[in-house]
Every structure is written in C-alpha cells, then in structure tokens.
Design a protein around this ligand. Structure first.
Ligand code: ZN
Length: 116
C-alpha cells in the first residue's frame, strides 16, 4: 500500500521561484495535516488508541486522551502515512513539540531505562 518506502532524509530541495515545482513546503504541510485529521476518524486510529498506551512512555491513558503524533514531524518532511503516526499521551506530545530533536532523544533514552 505504501508507495513511498524510501526514507528521504535531507533530500528536500529548496527551489525558490521554480514554476515547475508545484509542491511548496507549506502546501505539503497543510496537506499532511489534513490527512492526519482524516485518519483520526478511521477505525484504524480507534484500534490504535483502544489499548490506551502511549507509544513513547508506555503510560496507560484513556483512549480519548491519546493524541496523534508523527514520528517524523511534518515540519521535518514526515508524512501522514500510517507507519509515521503513533498514539502518544499529551505529556509526551507536548514534550516532543517543545524539545529539540536531540533533547527528545535524550528523553526517550531516559524513559527506556526506566521502563524496561
Ligand atoms: Zn507518553
């Protein structure tokens, strides 16, 4: 099903003013956010949240309090494909938003030590 399994890391080309490029970063971002909103109403998402477990810290939270999180943030080239979306508690989601990627990695390491 997934047509793009190649993980493009920093291959984002910034061609300013290129009339042949119709995909500008902002248009892509709003498109992916829209797709994420649509996924929220699918049975796939309901199943994903039914267990009530945060993908990151493993905390048990009511399904209604789980938030949708992109493993690779849209702002960094991530898409709203199902493999890029996880259920996270609000706490983790906020942390991820506010921390630098390196700080977030540190946080993940710290909770892995605690929980496993
Ligand atoms: Zn969490």
């Amino acid at each position: 099903m997934s047509r793009r399994d190649d993980r493009r890391k920093d291959s984002r080309r910034h061609r300013k003013g290129g009339a042949d490029v119709c995909m500008d970063p902002e248009a892509i971002a709003s498109h992916e956010k829209h797709r994420a909103r649509e996924l929220r109403s699918t049975s796939w998402w309901r199943k994903k949240t039914a267990a009530g477990i945060c993908h990151y810290c493993g905390a048990s939270v009511p399904p209604s309090e789980l938030t949708m999180d992109h493993l690779i943030p849209i702002s960094r080239g991530g898409t709203s494909e199902r493999y890029n979306i996880v259920a996270a508690c609000k706490d983790c989601n906020n942390r991820k938003k506010n921390l630098l990627p390196a700080e977030w990695d540190e946080y993940l390491k710290s909770i892995k030590i605690r929980t496993s």
